[in-house]
Write a protein that binds this ligand. Structure first.
Ligand SMILES: [Zn+2]
Length: 300
């Protein structure tokens, strides 16, 4: 393992540097901005060092083996059916919008992107991982570009819908990436962002044991409050906030519902079980019981 080059940053939401350490994890610290409450990793590995992680086959097929640098996925291809389902769930609130051009930021190997395309959207994906985007292009035949969103010459005011699903927490500079995306989107176009919510009940109870404290690959630990504030600052109006469509998180540790979800997929029980889960998730969101959030917003 190469040495980890640590990098210190100031708050991505308010620019302040006054922080309180919440949790010290090995060489890294999860800190909270004393001005605005944003929680983030500081110090963190240099983003270029993380890029080498995301470029590797091992990140997507870790076999469950964690390293100093990543948790990764035991076998990403096993998530295909679930990600199709998540894509459908995410699109439910926007199903009245006529399909146009869609950009999925952090498209990974492209399973959700493929589903968006099947749903009629002219779909484009970007992801910093050359490994994942190569898979999306060669195996799934998708328009998947390698690199960060700031590097492409998509026209401005081009996209009708943008999605960032469980990706914003990995971004080195979410503000800058969202500003870029804002330019690429048409006026009144919708953005859907799903991430973990550190201000839910479960992170508060489980503290340093919270399952989503993936250090160092998660650079940011947003909450429904901090993410909303960032979106409003950049020029979006919040339309709707729901439980994240992974439908996996009411129990906090994620595993409680992940087992049912696995069984639901296995026995094709989606039509029966999902409306019930959806109902529980709506309540969980209302009471802030959960630890994931999806925000729907439109470009002003
Ligand atoms: Zn701040």
């Amino acid at each position: 393992m190469e040495d980890i080059a640590l990098q210190y940053i100031s708050c991505n939401l308010c620019g302040n540097s006054r922080i309180k350490v919440l949790y010290q994890i090995r060489a890294f610290a999860i800190v909270k901005c004393q001005n605005c409450g944003l929680v983030y990793l500081n110090p963190r590995p240099h983003p270029e060092q993380m890029m080498r992680v995301y470029d590797s086959h091992d990140y997507y097929f870790s076999g469950g083996k964690q390293t100093e640098m990543f948790y990764g996925y035991p076998d990403y291809t096993k998530l295909q059916k679930h990600l199709y389902f998540v894509a459908d769930e995410l699109m439910r609130p926007v199903r009245n919008i006529a399909p146009g051009k869609l950009l999925d930021v952090g498209c990974g190997m492209g399973f959700m992107l493929k589903r968006f395309q099947e749903l009629g959207w002219e779909s484009y994906g970007v992801d910093i991982s050359s490994y994942a985007t190569e898979y999306a292009r060669s195996e799934l035949g998708l328009n998947a570009y390698t690199g960060s969103i700031d590097k492409f010459d998509f026209p401005e005011n081009y996209f009708d819908l943008a999605t960032i699903v469980l990706t914003i927490e990995h971004m080195p500079d979410p503000r800058s990436s969202l500003q870029t995306l804002h330019k690429l989107m048409k006026k009144d176009a919708t953005i859907i962002i799903a991430t973990h919510d550190i201000e839910g009940l479960w992170p508060k109870i489980s503290r340093s044991k919270w399952q989503h404290l993936f250090v160092p690959e998660h650079f940011f630990f947003f909450s429904h409050k901090t993410l909303k504030r960032l979106l409003i600052q950049i020029g979006f109006d919040i339309v709707k906030m729901t439980e994240t469509a992974t439908l996996a998180s009411v129990t906090g540790d994620g595993h409680g519902l992940r087992i049912p979800i696995k069984l639901i997929h296995e026995y094709n029980l989606e039509n029966i079980a999902v409306p019930i889960l959806r109902y529980f998730h709506a309540i969980a969101r209302q009471l802030n019981l959960s630890d994931e959030v999806t925000i729907y917003a439109v470009k002003r």
